[in-house]
Design a protein around this ligand. Structure first.
Ligand code: PMT
Length: 400
């Protein structure tokens, strides 16, 4: 009953009918040992009185952005610094839209913008508003920035409609909060992940590359972070927002990727190579743009360093995880790579259909290690990443 002992939780409440349920949530969190302070938007005060939360939390409830009585009028900074978690429940469609765009026109938005700690939101709105593309895009953006999205639930709504959009019940939100504070499997461990393609220059404007989007590697970085690890993401050129609280090392070519990897490899416990590194690069990079004079052009290529193999042959070395991108004989080729590169585990994916592998949101993996194997069926890369990190953590903790 004291799983949240001495945790400082800032409970944000926005304008929605589910605001009345937040009183129960506040009570449940306090019962588990948390210190709760409450910030309400003016809209929330239309649904429930601040006095209710003052009585439950034992603290003044914060509503006004411009409170002349506040410390140097700096409530938003003080509250942001104080909290270990900012839990916004209910989070209305309007609030989520403003949060995703960085608005700061009420105290709760200002606190969220000033907060360096984790923010969790529990969406609550009409099912049509929830399913609207604008709300979905706002939630996606927030998720990419590391905001935890808890819910919503499906079912009958206050407006009489049925569908997704109900705020999760207080008991469920309280369980999520407890889980959030539980140490992850990789707490205290350092994990490095390579992601995306490399670009091998031909001349100042052309390069050789591949279709990797970096999605698989970025989702792995997010999942490793959520498991408690300190994550270094070594990324080739991609158009993705890096997950929050992850150290990002950027690179273009395979040689640059190798240099970035080697610069901090001795600090790593686990190395995961999900990048699609170009196997070859042009022997020479032309100083000037190559002219279109001849009918054919031959470019001599030389082999790039194998980054994964280099790391796996270090002594001492981190726990090494490779990927295998195959168009034939998936398992056979993956097992050969596992053995030849001296890996601890390999995740093999087909890359010859449009539903998984390169540059799509989903994937399916055959995960193989010496003496074992597990299939991860076709699903979004975010879920595949969570399951793969779970397998890696368990294997790593066994051999550590
Ligand atoms: O980025 P996405 O669009 O999300 O796509 C994800 C993915 C398909 C790129 C990913 O799931 C994947 O399969 N990554 C590995 C791609 C690859 O290069 O596979 P490979 O079988 O050619 O290489 C085997 C392993 O050696 C890989 O772990 C690779 O990172 C590593 N390698 C390869 C060559 C090299 N010079 N250095 C390496 O480290």
């Amino acid at each position: 009953m004291s799983e949240l002992l001495n945790k400082n939780i800032l409970l944000g409440i926005t304008g929605g009918i589910a605001a009345y349920k937040s009183a129960e949530l506040c009570r449940l969190l306090i019962r588990q040992g948390a210190h709760i302070k409450v910030v309400m938007t003016p809209g929330a005060c239309e649904f429930i009185q601040p006095l209710t939360f003052q009585a439950l939390s034992g603290h003044q409830v914060y509503v006004d952005l411009f409170d002349a009585g506040a410390n140097n009028a700096m409530d938003h900074i003080e509250l942001a610094r104080w909290s270990d978690l900012l839990l916004i429940a209910p989070a209305s469609a309007d609030f989520l839209a403003k949060l995703s765009q960085g608005y700061a026109d009420n105290l709760l938005l200002t606190v969220a913008l000033a907060s360096q700690n984790t923010i969790a939101v529990a969406p609550a709105m009409n099912q049509q508003m929830y399913q609207d593309q604008a709300t979905q895009q706002n939630l996606q953006l927030l998720n990419q920035r590391g905001v935890l999205i808890w819910g919503p639930d499906e079912g009958e709504q206050a407006c009489g409609e049925i569908g997704p959009g109900r705020m999760l019940e207080p008991e469920v939100l309280s369980r999520h909060t407890v889980d959030f504070f539980k140490p992850g499997q990789l707490t205290g461990k350092h994990v490095m992940i390579t992601a995306g393609p490399t670009r091998e220059a031909i001349d100042p404007v052309r390069f050789i590359s591949n279709r990797s989007s970096g999605k698989m590697g970025y989702e792995l970085a997010r999942a490793a972070r959520d498991s408690g690890a300190t994550v270094t993401l070594v990324s080739g050129p991609v158009c993705l927002q890096p997950p929050s609280q992850v150290n990002l090392l950027k690179c273009q070519s395979a040689e640059e990727m190798l240099n970035q990897v080697m610069s901090v490899i001795t600090e790593q416990d686990i190395f995961i190579a999900s990048a699609a590194v170009a196997d070859y690069r042009p022997h020479q990079i032309a100083d000037q743009k190559i002219k279109k004079t001849d009918e054919t052009l031959t470019l001599p290529l030389v082999k790039n360093p194998d980054i994964l193999s280099t790391v796996a042959h270090l002594y001492p070395r981190p726990f090494c995880v490779g990927f295998a991108a195959e168009t034939t004989d998936l398992e056979l080729n993956a097992r050969n790579k596992l053995e030849n590169k001296k890996l601890d585990l390999i995740a093999a994916n087909w890359v010859n259909d449009e539903k998984s592998g390169f540059d799509v949101d989903d994937n399916a993996l055959s995960v193989i290690w010496p003496g074992g194997m597990q299939e991860l069926p076709h699903q979004p890369k975010s879920l595949i990443a969570e399951q793969l990190i779970d397998i890696i953590a368990k294997r790593f903790l066994l051999v550590e």
